[in-house]
Design a protein around this ligand. Structure first.
Ligand SMILES: O=C(O)C1=C[C@@H](OP(=O)(O)O)[C@@H](O)[C@H](O)C1
Ligand SMILES: C=C(OP(=O)(O)O)C(=O)O
Length: 740
């Protein structure tokens, strides 16, 4: 169906002719009329089938137009005004006018000069597509497919005209976005106009330097990639620079200052500065697609839809090492950044949660090299060396990042805002806001439960505090202790039940005194952390999926190597053993203050138990997969004292119950736990609700299901266990992934 009856394209360059050809090829336009300055261009366009007829001026064609037809102006930016003059002089009422110029403020200013106001039929637009090639011969009917087109409607713009122009671009498979004019021009100055100015200037500099006559002959990859856009249309870019003068000058000034600073670093052998710029830039560039692609100018993690399709049955065998411990990886970045000197980390978890912490510290000026095969080098800045980040710190899906950072940031001289994804934005932060407020911090979160964003006002002097935790939470304990580093006096935290103690252990590893007396941990503010080496053990929370897998699947015999068996984390081993699991621990040793061992699990029939409440905080993240063990056990398993599960990445009690019930298991949620009757797992489609641990738990369940299980929404497995699917397949779990 046609989106427009007659389209007039004024200016048959790459942009205009590609729109015309794209609409024609898709059968979405009645006819296209072209306006060009030269008869040969019109002839060429007509012979290529891009236009049906043409003229050297708009006025020659205006008699053929009726209301609802569209004029698309695709001439160099500074020539737009004269075309608008012509539009005013000759177009009948009701003709929609749009354009493709790279600068939008100048087009709207031109319209105001021509008409006195912006006419309602004018919809300014900018297709973010193009190429260094120009002219009608470069025409490409697919130029706009999956490219963005930014429209900058103003108050006066008519809704009908806006809708029509939107439909026009969508018809050539572009993605249409709307943006305020000024924002558009600033963003484009930085992302497009500045790179063009630099590319032109660089090539011109080299071309004019006689000593470098031969340079182009030797110029390969880097030069070619970097300067490709210097082959773009000079008149077009001349016009853009003039039309967006103020924003372009701001962008050039900022860049010149930064280049000057880099020059100084090179001149003074300031390796730290150079590495800082290069590692940050490499990181930004490497994650460019993930961070920005399809999200226009809103930096947001891009998560693909991932589905796990599980075939039933099988057994798990072999020897594997699961990735690094998430809790320890977070803390290695945090304490490494706050230490004096260079900390080297091995076994770092390259999952999205730990990477979010890493990025946050980079955003606060810390130079961090890697991660490279689990190796990270952190150039610590000391307790008082963090710098104000340029914008909010985005922490993705990671509760640990947000809660621990809140403690550190409460003690900084600058303001910060912490944000996260949809799941993290619904997790309660008041549990850290309250104690931090008592310490004299200025911190706020939204609503009764204190949902993110968390806003922290810096420059407060913190008071030490003796805090009794209302719930068993290592995140809250760690948050208060980390704030205590900045407080005046001794801060103590008393917990109702033991929780993971990695913060206390690692602080000691960095030479910071932390005393522990039963349930109470204390430290005095104002000392220093000193860089160290950290060997991150394999994550017992990730190993847990395979421990349950081997336990429930007959014929299994699996060894998990180098697993962290910190006593505050081994609830999964204790509980599985109580259920009858066959687990052998060997090769026990200590690495960097954390105990590790190899864990061998052989299949054994499991029985239902009442899970001891004191084990719950020691197995809090392992509960989803323990529910699968319970479903495969003989008899009833009862869990109590686990209300914390309701405020994780999902409500893990309800979500697991939903999935188990779908698979034919009797599972009854209670306010603080669940009752599960062991039985035959069936088949079906379950939701993971975007929760990594739920997705992986149901993948393990397939080993004992009677038919296939489809698990929806599994992309977030990448937050804690990026190679889960691969390792699962390697040991014998029948998993295939489907990604869109
Ligand atoms: O301190 C940590 O690294 C963690 C503590 C636990 O959270 P809570 O403190 O909310 O129990 C756990 O669920 C989380 O995965 C990691
Ligand atoms: C609860 C978890 O993590 P976080 O709180 O850091 O999001 C988890 O990994 O299961």
């Amino acid at each position: 169906m046609n989106v427009v009856n007659t389209l007039v394209v004024v200016g048959l360059g790459l942009i205009g002719s590609s729109l015309a050809a794209g609409l024609k090829q898709r059968g979405r336009v009645g006819r296209v009329l072209g306006v060009a300055r030269r008869t040969e261009t019109l002839q060429e366009a007509q012979s290529m089938g891009i236009i049906d007829a043409g003229a050297l001026s708009l006025s020659e064609l205006s008699g053929e137009l009726v209301p609802g037809d569209v004029v698309f102006i695709s001439v160099p930016t500074l020539a737009v005004e004269s075309v608008l003059d012509e539009c005013k002089a000759c177009l009948p009422a009701g003709i929609i006018i749009t354009d493709g110029a790279s600068v939008k403020g100048s087009v709207l200013d031109a319209a105001r000069r021509v008409w006195g106001v912006v006419p309602p039929e004018l919809v300014a637009g900018h297709p973010i597509a193009g190429s260094e090639k120009s002219g009608v011969s470069a025409c490409n009917p697919d130029l706009y497919v999956n490219h963005r087109v930014i429209l900058t409607p103003v108050e006066e713009t008519s809704i009908g005209a806006h809708q029509k122009v939107t439909a026009l671009w969508q018809a050539v498979e572009a993605e249409v976005l709307n943006m305020p004019v000024d924002l558009h021009d600033d963003v484009l100055a930085a992302t497009s106009h500045l790179p063009h100015a630099i590319a032109y200037s660089l090539v011109d500099t080299l071309a004019h330097d006689s000593d470098n006559e031969d340079i182009f002959r030797y110029a390969a990859g880097g030069f070619r990639d970097f300067t490709r856009i210097a082959s773009s249309d000079p008149v077009m870019w001349h016009d853009i620079m003039q039309a967006n003068q103020a924003s372009v000058l701001d962008a050039i000034d900022l860049f010149s200052a930064n280049l000057g600073r880099l020059r100084k670093a090179i001149a003074t052998d300031d390796s730290e500065y150079m590495l800082g710029v290069f590692t940050r830039a490499k990181e930004a560039r490497d994650h460019f697609t993930r961070l920005i692609n399809k999200q226009a100018f809103v930096p947001k993690m891009q998560s693909k839809e991932v589905t796990y399709v599980m075939q039933p049955g099988g057994q798990v065998n072999g020897q594997i090492r699961v990735p690094g411990d998430k809790s320890i990886s977070h803390r290695s970045i945090m304490l490494g950044s706050l230490a004096e000197g260079v900390t080297e980390v091995e076994g770092f978890l390259e999952g999205e949660d730990a990477l979010a912490t890493l990025q946050a510290f980079r955003d606060m000026g810390v130079v961090i090299e890697g991660p490279n095969n689990g190796r990270v080098k952190i150039h610590g800045v000391g307790l008082h060396g963090l710098q104000k980040p340029a914008g909010p710190l985005y922490l993705g899906n990671s509760g640990t990042s947000m809660r621990l950072l809140a403690g550190i940031l409460a003690g900084q001289p600058f303001d910060t805002v912490l944000t996260g994804d949809e799941s993290l934005s619904k997790r309660p932060m008041n549990r850290v806001v309250k104690p931090l407020l008592s310490m004299g911090a200025r911190i706020e979160a939204e609503g009764e439960k204190g949902f993110p964003p968390v806003k922290i006002t810096g420059g407060q002097s913190l008071r030490a505090m003796d805090y009794t935790l209302p719930m068993a939470s290592a995140q809250v304990k760690s948050c208060v202790l980390l704030a205590g580093l900045y407080a005046d006096g001794e801060t103590s935290v008393t917990e109702p039940a033991p929780t993971r103690d990695h913060t206390e252990r690692m602080l000691r590893g960095f030479g910071y005194k932390v005393s522990s007396e039963g349930p109470k941990a204390s430290l005095k503010g104002g000392s220093s952390l000193f860089a160290t080496q950290i060997d991150v053990p394999a994550d017992i929370s990730s190993a847990a999926f395979f421990m349950v897998a081997a336990s429930i699947a007959p014929g299994s015999d699996l060894t998990l190597t180098h697993v962290g068996i910190n006593p505050t984390r081994i609830g999964i081993i204790n509980i599985l053993r109580l259920m009858g699991a066959d687990i052998t621990i060997s090769n026990e040793r200590e690495v960097g203050g954390e105990p590790v061992a190899d864990i061998r699990v052989q299949h054994a029939p499991l029985k239902g138990i009442q899970i001891p409440e004191d084990q719950v905080p020691l197995a809090i993240d392992e509960c989803p997969v323990l529910f699968v063990a319970a479903a495969c056990a003989e008899g009833t398993t009862v869990l109590t004292g686990a209300e914390e599960l309701r405020v994780k990445e999902s409500d893990r009690i309800q979500c697991m119950a939903d999935g188990l019930i779908t698979l034919g298991i009797k599972a009854e949620p209670t306010p603080d736990g669940i009752v599960i009757e062991g039985g035959q797992l069936g088949q079906g489609t379950v939701e993971s609700y975007g929760d990594h641990r739920i997705a992986m738990a149901f993948a393990v369940a397939s080993l004992r299901s009677s038919g296939p299980i489809t698990i929806l929404n599994c992309a977030n497995v990448g937050t804690s266990f990026p190679n889960f699917a691969e390792l699962a397949q390697n040991v014998g779990i029948k998993l295939t992934t489907q990604a869109q």
